[in-house]
Design a protein. Sequence first.
Length: 475
Amino acid sequence: MAGYVEGVDRTQATLFPDRLDDFVDADNPVRVIDAFVDALDLGELGFSRAVPTTMGRPGYHPAVLLKLYVYGYLNRIASSRRLEREAARNVELMWLTGRLAPDHKTIADFRRDNGDAIRKVCSRFVLLCRRMGLFGEVVVAIDGSKFKAVNNRDQNFTPAKMQRRLAEIEAAIARYMVEMDGADAELGGEARVEHLEQKLAALHAHMAELKLIDEQLRASPDGQVSLSDPDARSMNTRGSGIVGYNVQAAVEAGHHLVVAHDVVMTGSDRAQLSPMASAAREATGASSVEVVAGRGYYSGQEVLTCEVAGISAHVVKPVTSNAVADGRFGKEDFVYEPSSDSYRCPAGETLIYRYTANERGQAIRLYWTSTCGVCALKAHCTTGKERRVRRWEHEHVLDVMDERLARRPELMQVRRSVVEHVFGTLKHWMGATHFLTRGLANVRTEISLQVLAYNLKRVMKIAGIAPLMASIRDG
């Protein structure tokens, strides 16, 4: 092959065999994984087998399996079977694990049995980023995204879906019964009757199974039952819904690092603002935190909780008024006068306080004026006798937040550019199937490994591999 770059002869013997260390460059990311895991106190984090047993066959050190997983998620290899194959042929993994090649069951069991400890490892890396000074004036973007579970939509049941399925089976049974009557009257229709009887038997068996599921459905607190992954839930998404989990993430705006994350079984984000904001402040160690979230997080109680905790929330108020949808004045067209505790309507009339009502556990103050009947703008305001304006007892907190957001509207763009990129990246890494494990606890472990890999890759780009390793050793 003259004129070409030539390789080494496969049968060439060497006097001194190559060392594995010679194949791993000094700036190889695998060295960061090795240094980071070796710096952890695995016993303190709660890893099983962190202290070897004196009896039985020796097991793998948890550091070996943790390094294997961190490397796998960093390189988009999440399957335990694929990790088993890679450990036997991948030179970087041979260097990282000391040429150990655990079988796939050992690898999978480690992830299942050490979920809490693995999630703490992710938190420890966020703490390392904090010590490196990567969190300055902390602005945190919070968002949620739906990730598919290991559960087909046909294996998830709600009351409406159950009634629809039972009705379809009953209709099919009635149709086959009519066909059987016709087949009985036909000459030589015995074979057709036998075939229909088999179909009817299958339908009756399926209906009996659905009846058992229906009993579970009635006992379920949230009115859903999933057969493959019991914790997965049907959730609305853009387009069609999916059966999966709602992954929450808090991402700091400076370096786009995930400082807090969680997985919940509810499709709504409305109750997640204060928990995620508090977790973000604790992770960053900042005295003051500004959190930015989308309309789905708008909840007066959640904003109040953040305000009491000293966290400045910026959440856009959704337009949910039927009056606005019908072309009439919305609540924002009525100006509140704090000095007189009254509202001024678009016609200039004063709506005075009347009484306080308890609605869903909240004290709501009601305001209206008696001049609505003769107002020229009534058709644009209300279809009732008078326009009543409701005000939550802590609505001043929401007013302050609206004013704060009006002064900094660019924060909404920050939210989109910061946190949505993270979810897009994670879903791209995970592929079309998303989660590989089942159950809320296992799914939380899986997303923690994905977040750890994401943060590792970000910090290696931001700080560089050598400075990161130096910070790990100094930690």
